[in-house]
Design a protein around this ligand. Sequence first.
Ligand code: IMP
Ligand code: MG
Length: 427
Amino acid sequence: MPAVIVVGSQWGDEGKGKITDYLALQADVVVRYQGGPNAGHTVVVDGQEFQLHLLPSGILYPDKLSVIGNGVVVDPEVLVDEIHSLESRGIDTRGLRISARAHLIMPYHKLLDVLQEESMGARKIGTTLKGVGPAYMDKAARVGIRVGDLLEPDVFRDKLEVNLKDKNRIFQHFYGREPMSLEPILESYLAAAQVLRPYITETSVLINDAISRGQKVLFEGAQGTFLDLDHGTYPYVTSSHPVAGGACIGAGVGPTRIDKVIGVVKAYTSRVGDGPFPTELKDDTGALIREKGHEYGVTTGRPRRIGWLDLVMVKYAAVLSGFTGLAVTRMDVLSGFDTLKVAYAYRYRGQEITSFPSSLSVLSQCEPVYREFPGWPEIDPACRRLEDLHPNVRRYLEFVEEVTGLKVALVSLGRNRKDTLTLENVF
Ligand code: IMP
Ligand code: MG
């Protein structure tokens, strides 16, 4: 009766959507536990592409429950659009459940995200401007408005009034902007509430009951370990906890109920947004990988920064989340190169280190220490046995296992759901 958490082990966009969708086939319940519409998960089923921002990847299966946990911040407009767009493509969304405790992203959060980034100038974080950071700020400041409040219009109006008074002072006096008016916000949020009402419930109880009944529950992390508010490359991080511990808080389950944690590792590294990136490739090789892998943000369309695989990071991610196995993605994108590099250590002030530094100034002085590997020809995505993979692909995967001390359970060989090689059962 496993409960499995899927975590990104880099800076997001590791292919968690694809891996979650693949594993969801065997699950009964799929849960998003943090983040919000800043996430972009691409899932390809029978050649049809779906881009999900707030909905858990399990939504594409009609018979599963797909849960938006309390740790997620919900923009009702984005969510309603996403539900309608899936329904118009024939996807049944009745399995959706939304935590009444999840916080709402409000229009003033989105404006604040933009204004805060603008005022930071060169020190900007490079956020997705979806209002995620300001929504989590209000949650911590205990002035947030929650999904459940949408069901009580009077309570919602009161909270909105209090917030607007405060936010409008900031907009007018600090940023020299026009104030926001209450009525249009009230109207559009209460309209969205009508669509969302049937899905809103006490999700923590539902998830715990499912685990107790022996059902299979998959927890789907958004973003990645190095965007974690505590453990990532602060301040160039998101405002939530993508690490496995975040699933316990963001879904309301105890750590003793979790059986496995799968770290998703992209065969190279990417980052969207600012901040240090030791193995970054600013040359033609980076550009080539970007084009081959269509490495453009699903949420913002920004070109992603590309670099070689950094196992110093992956090893640290494995410790932070207690990975029990790995899923390596996008091996197909790396095909056709003469040589590939993988970092297994950093050189800092002449010394080789294998730990990931907490200081950004130390990290920006770290030079990756690489092992070179011979490349491989195009991979057949239909390959179903490790033995059928090119020996150089196997060597690359073996090095990942050697440095991390973890088994590779899944290898993604293409974008489609079916282009996945299972080496070890997860459920
Ligand atoms: P925010 O989450 O919009 O506040 O952005 C904070 C940082 O996290 C920025 O560097 C974003 O580019 C990054 N980020 C947020 N969500 C994702 C994601 O789903 N994939 C990759 N990067 C993300
Ligand atoms: Mg993404």
